[in-house]
Write a protein that binds this ligand. Structure first.
Ligand SMILES: Cc1cc2nc3c(=O)[nH]c(=O)nc-3n(C[C@H](O)[C@H](O)[C@H](O)COP(=O)(O)OP(=O)(O)OC[C@H]3O[C@@H](n4cnc5c(N)ncnc54)[C@H](O)[C@@H]3O)c2cc1C
Length: 384
């Protein structure tokens, strides 16, 4: 087989890249280890930044976001006894949309199918070489795919990351995890609540008008099945301030429980010869700043332009700059995600707790503090 760009991974980075390349007249083949059903149903991120929505709209993927997504002007920041609304539209003229990663995946899969895109699901033994990829297809046959460029969009556990020799890596592992639940109940809030509490951080998020997504800070290694539903709702009620100023948390049937460890990871450079990394293959952020999915989108917005110029015109200039250009935003988002995480998650140290409360009060009450958070959360323009 031969194609212009071989894409490893059918997550948001890989599928959006193949969509953007197709719009620029460049053909690609996508290889994915999982099944189509698995990829379409994987529950992960849920917040789209302003510029992610603008980009998706500009390439014909915005209709369902506008029709079924939930537009949020900002977020609530909270600590015991106080809740403050930060209005991003007033502060920076930008906003976010609640639209689940599963829906982004479904839209991308549908758009790629409508285009006749070749996606090989359930492949195994994927090996990267400078100008080709070898793999075993679903029927068990060994295949070779030659390509002008290879895009490693295979997340944090795929082979692309390891295929960049002598890469520099930066990593921080946090001493806590997120215990996430999905519940069949209408959200008890109109916008996300980020709550600092002496027992640990809690987040009230949502997926739709009838499905809530909530998180609790828990120690690493927590077994989600060791928490009863009642215990989860009681702890959420305590940390989110049920009963304060008349606010109520409404519990409902829990349909999913999972524990997500938190880490920051950046690998540089994001290119080695014809191999280019994008999304989680190159970097991981803790989910507190809602940046993982948005960074994947921003990476492939840059990478698609670089690959179109390289493949169609032999112009390597954008490809040569890709890693440096992408890393500017990667480090901004890495810092913001670390900053949100360390401001909101308790460490057990009373000194740290006082610093966190001081920081939260400054962010909530000073226009300069609130604007900094709003600008980063709603997201900087693509190409920052
Ligand atoms: C469990 C989990 C929960 C998360 N929750 C949140 C959240 O609550 N909020 C938030 O903002 N972000 C969250 N994230 C982060 C966000 O989902 C990611 O940043 C985003 O999915 C990145 O997209 P991607 O396409 O780069 O990588 P991925 O979505 O990981 O896609 C990579 C794809 O490559 C495939 N692949 C792997 N190995 C191979 C191989 N050898 N060959 C071919 N294909 C391969 C994988 O199956 C996958 O489909 C979460 C991530 C994880 C892992």
């Amino acid at each position: 087989m031969r194609t212009q760009v071989a894409i490893i991974g059918a997550g948001p980075a890989g599928l959006l890249l193949s969509h953007l390349l197709a719009q620029g007249g460049v053909e690609s083949v996508v290889l994915e280890t999982r099944s189509e059903e698995y990829v379409a149903a994987r529950i992960r991120a849920g917040i789209l930044e302003h510029s992610s929505v603008e980009l998706l709209e500009s390439v014909g993927l915005g209709d369902r976001i506008r029709a079924e997504g939930d537009h949020h002007r900002g977020i609530y920041l909270q600590w015991p006894g106080e809740r403050h609304h930060l209005d991003f539209v007033d502060l920076v003229g930008r906003s976010v949309w609640v639209y689940g990663q599963t829906e982004v995946q479904k839209d991308l899969i549908k758009a790629r199918a409508a285009d006749g895109q070749e996606i090989h699901y359930e492949v195994t033994e994927v090996e990267l070489h400078d100008d080709h990829v070898t793999f075993t297809d679903k029927s068990g046959q060994s295949q070779r795919l030659d390509a002008t460029a290879i895009a490693g969009c295979d997340g944090s556990f795929g082979p692309s990351r390891q295929a960049v020799p002598a890469a520099e890596t930066y990593e921080k592992v946090y001493p806590y995890s997120w215990f996430g639940i999905l519940a069949d109940v209408a959200p008890s809030t109109d916008e996300l609540i980020y709550a600092w509490h002496p027992n640990g951080f809690a987040l009230h998020s949502m997926r739709s008008a009838t499905v809530s997504r909530l998180y609790l800070q828990v120690p690493n290694g927590t077994d989600p099945q060791s928490w009863s539903d009642d215990r989860i709702w009681d702890e959420l009620a305590t940390r989110l301030g049920h009963g304060q100023n008349g606010w109520k948390l409404t519990p409902g049937p829990i349909t999913d429980k999972s524990v997500l460890p938190m880490r920051s990871y950046v690998q540089t450079p994001m290119r080695h010869h014809n191999l280019f990394l994008a999304g989680d293959a190159a970097h991981i952020v803790p989910p507190t700043g809602a940046k993982g999915l948005n960074l994947a989108i921003a990476d492939v917005a840059l990478l698609s332009k670089a690959l179109i110029a390289k493949v169609k015109e032999g112009d390597e200039r954008l490809a040569d700059r890709y890693s440096d250009d992408a890393q500017r935003r990667v480090w901004r988002c890495t810092h913001f995600s670390w900053w949100m995480t360390t401001m909101l998650h308790t460490s057990g140290d009373p000194f740290d707790a006082q610093l966190q409360l001081s920081q939260l009060k400054w962010v909530a009450n000073s226009e300069a503090g609130a604007t900094g958070l709003a600008e980063n959360y709603a997201g900087l323009p693509i190409g920052y």
